[in-house]
Design a protein around this ligand. Sequence first.
Ligand code: SF4
Length: 168
Amino acid sequence: MIQFWNKRIKLGILTENPEHDEAFKLIQKEIKERVKKKFAGSLAIRMVDSGSCNACEAECNALSNPYYDLERLGIYFVASPRHADVMLLSGLMTFNMTPHVFDAYRQMPEPKWIITLGECPAMKSPFENSFAINAPAEDHLPITHHIPGCPPEPKEIIEGLLAFLRKI
Ligand code: SF4
């Protein structure tokens, strides 16, 4: 037991503490203020996967954990496009998913925006001649903002959301 406590004291706290990340705190503060001003404190996002490998979704899952805690900033993931302000579109635009993406976009109330997530929705080459891919997404839908990365890390997604909020 003494060995255990000696080791613990010697190692200290190894996990990151977002409270000590001053730059990140400023980003969170600005997002909260802009969501409050432009969306009355509540921005709803509907995630749509048009053919991803699921890594982008896994990074988005992390946005709901206690470390990033996006809901604290007033940003929520919703289950229906009818409740969404923003569509977060991930993955290649596959032929089979294209009508469902259009359908989800049609169901969103105005005003509405689309943010593409990860490299896939923006990629054209080498899929331009594929029968199965309708790439890139911007050829078919009005994309307001793109968050690059493969996959983008949670912090990059949060920075991307701030860039979107600054743009609109
Ligand atoms: S951008 Fe990368 S991580 Fe995201 S869906 Fe495409 S291949 Fe997967």
